[in-house]
Design a protein around this ligand. Structure first.
Ligand code: BT5
Length: 269
C-alpha cells in the first residue's frame, strides 16, 4: 500500500498552481469518468478533475473493466475544455494525449522508458502499468464533453489477478523497487495533459505520440473486433492518429482508433 495521505486537502494543495476549475476527490466511486461527465454537463469550457482512491466500476474500452482497489492506484478523469478550435476529428487523438501525459510523467520523474502500445496503453518493459479511456459525449451533432480517464498502477495491490488479464501488467512500485508518491505523479500527469491539449490536432502532437510508440518498426498482430488477426510492421501514425501498418503484401494500411487490439507478433518469433 502507499502510506502517503491521499485526501481532498492534500490533493487540492498539490494541484493549487494548476488552472483547474473544479477538483473533486472520492474515497470510493463507481467510475471517475461518470462523475467527470456530470461536471462537464454544467461546465465544459474549463479544465476540471475527478480523482478517486478506489473505483468499484472502473472501466476500460468496449465494456472491459479496470481494476482500482483502494490505497494503491491512481484513478483520475480530466474534463477537457471544448472551444471552437476543437473539431470532431481531434477527439480520436485524446487517447494519445492521455498516454503521452503518463509516459512523459513516469519517464521524467522515475527515469523509466515507458512506451505507448497504440493507441492508449502505457507499457514499461512490455508490461501494462497504465490505461487511458477517452470518452466524448454528444447531444445530436453538438459535442458536449470530452473526458480523459487515466488509471496508473502504483502499488503492487493495483495489479489485477493474472487470470483476468489478456496482457501482462505491473505496477510502478514493483518496477522501480521504490514507494512512489501518488500525489507527485498525479500532479505531473495533469500538468502534462493541460500542456498538451492545445497541441492536439497539430502534426507536432502526432510526431510526439509516434516517437513514444512501442513496437515501432516491429512486426505486430492487430486483432479486430471480429477476432480477425492482421499482421504487419508499424510504420507510424497518420495525422488523424490512425496506425500505419505495412502489411505482409507490401501495402500500407491505416487502422483507426477503435475496437482493435495490438500485440507483439510472438507467433512469428
Ligand atoms: C484501458 O482499457 O486500458 C482503459 C483504462 C482506463 C481506466 C481509467 S481509471 C479512471 C477512469 N475511470 C474509469 O472508469 N476508467 C478510467 P482497455 O485497453 O480496454 O484495457 C482493459 C483491460 O486491461 C482489462 O480487460 C484487463 O484485462 C486489463 N486491466 C484491468 N485493470 C488493469 C490494471 N489495473 N492494470 C493493468 N491491466 C488492467
Amino acid at each position: 500500500m502507499t502510506n502517503q495521505s491521499y485526501n481532498l486537502n492534500s490533493i487540492q494543495e498539490i494541484l493549487s498552481h494548476l488552472p483547474l476549475h473544479n477538483v473533486e476527490y472520492f474515497e470510493t466511486i463507481g467510475s471517475t469518468n461518470d462523475r467527470a461527465a456530470e461536471i462537464a454537463a454544467n461546465n465544459n469550457d474549463l479544465f476540471s478533475v475527478v480523482i478517486a482512491d478506489e473505483q468499484t466500476k472502473g472501466r476500460g474500452r468496449s465494456g472491459r473493466s479496470w481494476f482500482t482497489p483502494p490505497g494503491s492506484a491512481l484513478a483520475l478523469s480530466i474534463v477537457l475544455p471544448i472551444n471552437a478550435n476543437k473539431n470532431n476529428s481531434e477527439i480520436a487523438l485524446v487517447s494519445g494525449l492521455g498516454a503521452l501525459a503518463v509516459t512523459n510523467s513516469i519517464n521524467n520523474k522515475l527515469n523509466l522508458d515507458a512506451k505507448i502500445k497504440w493507441p492508449n496503453d502505457v507499457l514499461v518493459s512490455g508490461e501494462k502499468v497504465s490505461g487511458v479511456l477517452a470518452e466524448a459525449h454528444w447531444v445530436g451533432d453538438s459535442l458536449k464533453a470530452v473526458i480523459l480517464g487515466i488509471g496508473v498502477n502504483i502499488g503492487k495491490e493495483s495489479i489485477p489477478p493474472s487470470e483476468t488479464l489478456t496482457f501482462p501488467a505491473n505496477s510502478l512500485n514493483n518496477i522501480t523497487g521504490r514507494k512512489i508518491k501518488r500525489l507527485e505523479i498525479l500532479r505531473d500527469i495533469i500538468q502534462n495533459g493541460i500542456a498538451l491539449w492545445p497541441l492536439v490536432g497539430s502534426r507536432e502532437f502526432i510526431n510526439t505520440w509516434e516517437n513514444g510508440l512501442a513496437f515501432s518498426g516491429e512486426s505486430v498482430k492487430l486483432i479486430s473486433g471480429k477476432n480477425i488477426a492482421i499482421y504487419g510492421i508499424i510504420e507510424g501514425l497518420a495525422d488523424d492518429g490512425s496506425l500505419l501498418l505495412r502489411l505482409e503484401n507490401g501495402k500500407l494500411k491505416n487502422f483507426q482508433v477503435g475496437e482493435i487490439q495490438l500485440r507483439p507478433n510472438i507467433d512469428k518469433n
